[in-house]
Write a protein that binds this ligand. Sequence first.
Ligand SMILES: [Zn+2]
Length: 349
Amino acid sequence: MKAIAFTEQGEIDVLQYQEVEQPTLEPDEILIKVKACSVNYLDIHARRDRPEIKRKLEETGTPHILGSDIAGEIAEISGNHPHLKIGDRILLAPCIPCGVCSDCLGGYENLCDTQELLGFQTNGGYAEYVKAPAKNAIPVADTFSFTEASALPIAYLTAWHMLITRAQLNAGDDILILGSGGSVGSAGLQIAKLVGARIFATASTDEKLERARQHGADITINYKDVDFSEVILEETNGRGVDVVLEHVGAATWEKSIGSLAKNGRLVSCGVTTGNIGEINIRKMYQKQLTLMGSALGTPAELRTLVRLAEQQKLIPIIDSTLPLKQAADAHQLLESRRNFGKVCLIPEG
Ligand SMILES: [Zn+2]
């Protein structure tokens, strides 16, 4: 089969469209004919230098295939899975949790220590075919396109877990969404709109701010021109926002905390600009702030998102679709941060 794969980590040119062996199934696995696979920033880290990928390349001696967000049709089934049949349209849950540890049994599969991620510890969906455990298959309705389905897993699941499960965003809350054009930011925008929050969104260009407004942002801030925390305080008469969706890290940390209202919740899922941030502890307890981490999400949450998408209440924002062959262009698009929403790869045939 054809796939985008690499044998050594590095810059974009390591991604080669090539012939690789089609996966063979172990018990209780399915083979999926990939119809769409969306690209995440994590893929770029994996391609460049993530140690898990380096280890896999060394241990297996075979090319690695990226891609965690996969939608397609079932082409083969191993084992007895009466709820699945050949040709079913499905989305793959991106994580493979162990299912037996106390985190998994408690419904916190996203915290499972031994979980694997499709396209990370396993080969992923930048290919004509991919295999996965049968239990990862989530059926999707005919009305929901493969491209839209492939946009859901990582970005929307991350944003949903952050805003709904962790920060418990409510109708009427004010929320600040940083980097609203990115995958998690744009997903957060739609989820916050669905909930009925008032949305403050930052982005780096006027074009992205316009897109953010189209997707529900009430007040947009170009963070290159102005200090976003000052604008927040001005627009809220000094009160601040109830929730901050933070995924930038060191560069925005203090301003994000400074934008919070009393009883405010900051929820973080990423640190693209650095891991270490300071905090004024006195202000934190006086304002009763809550700082919380958030790591991807659970299979049950993903099913909720699929239902919302099928009901057309949450239609994923697609920036562009590219043929699988052009995976390098997709990485370039994400690296240059020119996209607003998800970039999806479509295998030929
Ligand atoms: Zn587990």
